[in-house]
Design a binder for this molecule. Structure first.
Ligand code: ADP
Ligand code: MG
Length: 452
């Protein structure tokens, strides 16, 4: 067997590593984190660095040294308005570094953002190596379709720091579409609706054979499941205030506990109509007596609360539809990505908006890693074939044929509407694609800026 190329979905909230061996797709499970590794890093006073769930738990007690949601900021300049917002929202310190860069301060050190992401990537690499029993250096890493050059470069830097060699960066919606196996000769337009923990992205892809073109993207960097959690937490806080006259929101650690309880409650309400959460000793009452919180919520009530929030995602969908020059019902397929799309309310609203049932066969939180792993496998096969062709005879073993030589072409590094998102499949491997995809026939178009 050739050395695998791992596929990595480096998410804002959670990250996933997976491999594809030509017949089956496998998510590598972390013994501590399971399939989803929270993209959280915590610097412990003992100088230990925690990654994933143990780090996320530190948010409760050591928020200043627990770093999360770095993907929102990676590759941005310090002057960026997004950073200004983040400095108000994030409980850890973000400071100015050299050349208008952003640094994170934790304990006594400063870190670049790629250094933080590298800790998560390094963990994924390690669990893959443990599981596969081989050194895994080659990877395909996914990024949002609207990431610019600097954000892509910073992601590559993070991978390099983690000892990974990125063979290709692919767009998350493209990876999701690949996972669904879309590579027909028919031209199709598909929408990828991605609602994660903290961000929302909508992408419209033009699919023709093996070329995926990003026809439009839009999104909101501050819209996701976290907002629903905060809403529930506020509701809980209000309930507690009315009952005990104690404001839980003033204590950051207590508020964190409410947030954790809220997320749990939200996920329960995806499965059932009503759920109850219990948090003991959440505050102290008269003469220090411990007070517990018991809070019940119905799905219907949650949906009422979350409706305007989820509704905001469709304003972004409208924007994407405008850019793509089409109406929602003209999209041929809709793919759901992101843990928050498990919520029945989200599925229902997406179905209504696009006037069709969205695709939900694949796990929405694993589908991007799935596509990245498929792409990784295609690259392994391409290399093997290329080397074999060079030697004009079949290699002695497939792994002999595997080298780190770059492949035929690079994808467009920066997204603009109309850019091509090159996708290499096994069959296309020998012939580097150099043509520019024409606009699909029969799809209503508005003038779309073409790549220079
Ligand atoms: P990201 O792409 O931002 O890393 P994910 O795709 O992993 O994020 O999504 C994480 C979000 O999905 C969190 O807000 C989490 O609460 C939410 N989520 C996960 N499972 C469920 C569920 N069963 N019901 C509702 N929301 C869920
Ligand atoms: Mg994601």
């Amino acid at each position: 067997m050739p050395v695998p190329v791992i596929g990595i979905d480096l998410g804002t909230t959670n990250s996933v590593v997976a491999v594809y061996d030509g017949s089956s797709f496998r998510v590598i499970e972390d013994p501590i984190n399971g399939k989803l590794t929270p993209s959280v890093v915590s610097f412990h006073p003992s100088s230990e660095v925690l990654i994933g769930k143990p780090a996320r738990e530190r948010r409760l007690i050591d928020a200043a040294n627990t770093i999360f949601s770095i993907k929102r900021l990676i590759g941005l300049p310090y002057k960026s308005p997004i950073l200004r917002q983040a400095r108000q929202r994030y409980p850890f310190k973000l400071v100015e570094g050299p050349a208008d860069s952003i640094l994170v301060r934790a304990r006594t050190r400063s870190f670049t953002l790629p250094e933080i992401s590298a800790l998560v990537l390094g963990r994924l690499r390690k669990i893959a190596e443990n599981e596969l029993g081989e050194t895994c250096t080659d990877a395909v890493v996914t990024v949002p379709a609207n990431f610019n050059d600097l954000q892509r470069t910073a992601t590559r830097d993070a991978a390099r720091i983690a000892g990974l060699n990125v063979l290709r960066i692919i767009n998350e919606p493209t990876a999701a579409a690949l996972a669904y196996g879309y590579r027909s000769d028919k031209r199709e337009r598909i929408a990828v609706y991605d609602l994660g923990g903290g961000t929302f992205d909508i992408s419209v892809l033009d699919l023709a054979g093996e070329v995926f073109q990003v026809a439009a993207t839009a999104g909101d960097p501050y819209l996701g499941g976290d907002d629903v959690d905060n809403m529930i937490a506020e509701r809980m806080g209000k309930f507690f205030l009315e009952r005990f006259r104690i404001d839980l929101s003033v204590q950051p650690d207590t508020y964190e506990r409410l947030r954790v309880a809220s997320e749990w409650l939200k996920c329960e309400l995806t499965e059932r109509e009503k759920a109850l959460v219990y948090a003991d000793d959440i505050a102290r009452g008269d003469r220090g007596a411990p007070l517990d919180l018991e809070f019940e919520l119905e799905r219907q009530e949650l949906e009422k609360m979350a409706f305007p929030l989820i509704g905001r995602s469709f304003d972004k969908c409208e924007e994407a539809m405008r850019i793509a020059g089409m109406r929602p019902a003209q999209v041929q397929r809709v793919i759901l990505v992101g843990g928050s799309t498990r919520a029945p309310q989200v599925r229902k609203m997406v179905a209504e908006y696009f006037d069709q049932e969205p695709m939900t066969d694949l796990d929405p939180d694993l589908v991007v890693a799935h596509g990245a792993a498929l792409q990784g496998h295609a690259l392994v096969m391409a290399r093997t074939k290329k080397r074999a062709a060079k030697e004009r005879l079949a290699p002695a073993s497939v792994s002999d044929a595997y080298s780190t030589e770059p492949l035929g072409y690079e994808q467009q590094p920066r997204y603009r509407p109309g850019d091509l998102d090159w996708v290499l499949t096994e069959d296309a491997a020998q012939e580097p694609i150099t043509k520019v995809a024409a606009r699909p026939a029969g799809v209503p178009t508005e003038p779309v800026p073409q790549p220079p």
